[in-house]
Design a protein around this ligand. Structure first.
Ligand code: AMP
Length: 307
């Protein structure tokens, strides 16, 4: 079951209350690919990198079943660079630098070999790029999941709304849901957003878990209470990768299966934050994942009897 993933492959500089790195591999597409490849291959990656992106990273991704034919390499430019600083609570961060570099003139080309993929993950990127990928697919995938962020709401809201009409699942955080809908109540915001195109809406609430909305149904997934959160960068993308990877593996896109997929996504995100960049995600094994999923089950499992 092929899964196309579109997103950035980048360098990040990250500062958290617990440490600092000046240059580490990142990018929404990188995190999605690492998380999703635990469940399904091939991951058909669409991205753009400069001369500086490490060959070693590309080899690692290939070994995990990530196809790179759709990753354009620009020999005379640098890769996308993002820098952020987290506040003490780790749920909020300031973007310090966004250097588009190669991303400034990215016109994604979907390779012929990617045609027919049944799952599409539109990682956080300009809505125009997301739309261009949808338009190039000859057959509509069975499921299109879209991530976005406040940055695009600020500068390209109309384009973003046009993409919303074409996707099945939208994934955003609570602040973004409020911004997109103009509604402070998340439940009301969800109702409004479900009228903008997507049939399913996932609202991520950082360490507090995530909500899944569909028609009149809601499902709440907890965040795993972790003793140490080292670096939340990429948590949202790891969540998305785990979510769509699991759906692609099980080939079941019902609301019920999406509940499980949300827990799987949360498990991937919980690993991601344990080390800087994708370092932890890279080393996670099947056994680690199974253990963590059991912890989630334990966390929300209780008996109740009203007497
Ligand atoms: P997350 O923490 O899940 O929101 O994702 C963090 C990743 O997104 C970082 O590795 C960045 O390289 C990447 N990123 C940050 N800003 C943007 C942007 N405007 N467009 C695309 N990717 C971005």
């Amino acid at each position: 079951m092929a899964l196309i993933s579109v997103g950035t492959m980048a360098f990040d500089a990250i500062e958290t209350p617990f440490g600092k790195v000046d240059q580490i591999v990142g990018g929404s597409g990188t995190y999605v690919a690492y998380a999703a490849s635990n469940f399904v291959t091939p991951i058909q990656q669409i991205s753009i990198i400069g001369y500086d992106f490490p060959q070693e990273e590309l080899e690692q991704l290939k070994k995990r079943g990530v196809q790179l034919e759709g990753v354009e390499v620009v020999p005379d430019k640098k890769s996308f660079f993002w820098s952020g600083k987290y506040h003490l609570d780790m749920n909020t961060r300031d973007t310090l630098v966004t250097d588009l570099n190669v991303l400034a003139d990215f016109n994604p080309v979907v390779p012929e070999s990617y045609q027919g993929a049944e799952f599409l993950m539109l990682g956080n990127l300009s809505p125009n790029i997301q739309m261009s990928v949808i338009d190039q697919l000859k057959e509509r995938p069975k499921l299109i999941v879209m991530d976005t962020m406040n940055f695009w709401m600020d500068i390209a809201m109309d384009d973003l709304k046009a993409v919303l009409l074409k996707v099945d699942v939208l994934m955003i955080n609570d602040a973004e849901a409020r911004q997109l809908s103009g509604e402070p109540s998340l439940v009301k915001a969800a109702k409004l957003i479900l009228q903008m195109g997507p049939k399913f809406l996932v609202i991520k609430k950082g360490e507090h878990g995530a909500l899944l909305f569909h028609e009149n149904q809601v499902f709440a997934a907890p965040g795993l209470p972790l003793e140490e959160v080292f670096d939340p960068t990429g948590a949202g993308d790891s969540f998305a990768g785990g979510f769509i990877g699991y759906l692609a593996k099980t080939k079941d896109i019902s609301f019920n299966n999406m509940k499980t997929a949300i827990i799987v996504g949360s498990a991937c995100a919980s690993f991601c934050v344990e080390k800087f960049g994708p370092n932890r995600l890279r080393e996670v094994t099947r056994v680690d994942l199974e253990k963590r999923l059991a912890e989630f089950v334990q966390l929300v499992n209780f008996d109740i009897e009203l007497v």
